[in-house]
Design a protein around this ligand. Structure first.
Ligand SMILES: Nc1ncnc2c1ncn2[C@@H]1O[C@H](COP(=O)(O)OP(=O)(O)OP(=O)(O)O)[C@@H](O)[C@H]1O
Length: 227
């Protein structure tokens, strides 16, 4: 129970290993994220933030080192077990909302619940509607995603990411495409979710003002954590 949500132990990542084009991107990255923390990951373009996020999100494997999720060493898991762990533990929000445009907002939130209905349990429609209310969009839950503003679409994406009650929310520049006011609103929502539900959040951002409002800022420079 006291295990951190996430612990990285000397994570290295290289692409095109063994080829002349081999590129070492991450070097001995150590990072621990305690339950309920809200961490901002910053760093210049190409420093390895997305690579790190893909590894933390169990979308890619490190070349060496160990990634522990709630104390479990993910190096010991096969691909099917990794997929299950990802679905039950991690929610994703991207810079582009990745909603299905022709679906309504609430239908988008229902999607992950339908895909893993056994884990999601009963009353998924009620749950999806509660999530729409949670992100302040109850009144427009039946609007098609394509007809919503950028800020609203990102709120729907957050509701969808929360559908499986993840321990860890990974957000890759979630406010990158939004104007200042909408970006502030989306950040406030993530802060609220973090404080009220205790969801641990790791957010990649280039926005220093928002990063300063997180619990902690970690800088990645040339594939190394510097602060
Ligand atoms: N699939 C891949 N194959 C080879 N090289 C890759 C691959 N993905 C990323 N890289 C390289 O790894 C380095 C780090 O890229 P990454 O996308 O992780 O950086 P980033 O910090 O997220 O950048 P940005 O802020 O621009 O999104 C870059 O040099 C990139 O070209």
């Amino acid at each position: 129970m006291d295990d951190p949500v996430l612990r990285l132990d000397r994570i290295c990542k290289a692409y095109n290993v063994g080829l002349p084009s081999e590129t070492k991107v991450l070097h001995d990255v150590d990072l621990t994220l305690k339950r309920g923390e809200f961490l901002a990951l910053m760093g210049p373009s190409g420093s390895g933030k997305s690579t790190l996020l893909n590894i933390i999100g169990l979308l890619d494997r490190p070349t060496s080192g160990h990634l522990f999720i709630k104390g479990q060493d993910t190096a010991l898991l096969n691909d099917a077990a990794l997929t299950r762990l990802r679905g039950h533990t991690i929610g994703f929000v991207f810079q582009d909302h990745h909603l299905i445009s022709a679906f309504t907002a609430v239908e988008n939130v229902l999607m992950p619940l339908l895909v893993d209905a056994e884990f999601a349990g009963p009353d998924i429609v009620q749950k999806a509607n509660a999530l729409m209310a949670r992100v302040g969009l109850a009144k427009v839950a039946d609007n098609r995603a394509m007809n919503m503003s950028g800020g609203q679409q990102q709120r729907v994406a957050i509701a969808r990411a929360l559908a499986m009650s993840p321990d860890l929310l990974l957000a890759d520049e979630p406010t990158g495409n939004l104007d200042t006011q909408s970006a502030g609103g989306v950040f406030d929502l993530m802060r609220e979710v973090n404080r009220e539900s205790g969801t641990t959040i790791l957010m990649v951002t280039h926005n220093l003002d928002l990063a300063k409002r997180c619990d902690r800022i970690v800088d990645v420079v040339d594939g190394r954590i510097t602060a």
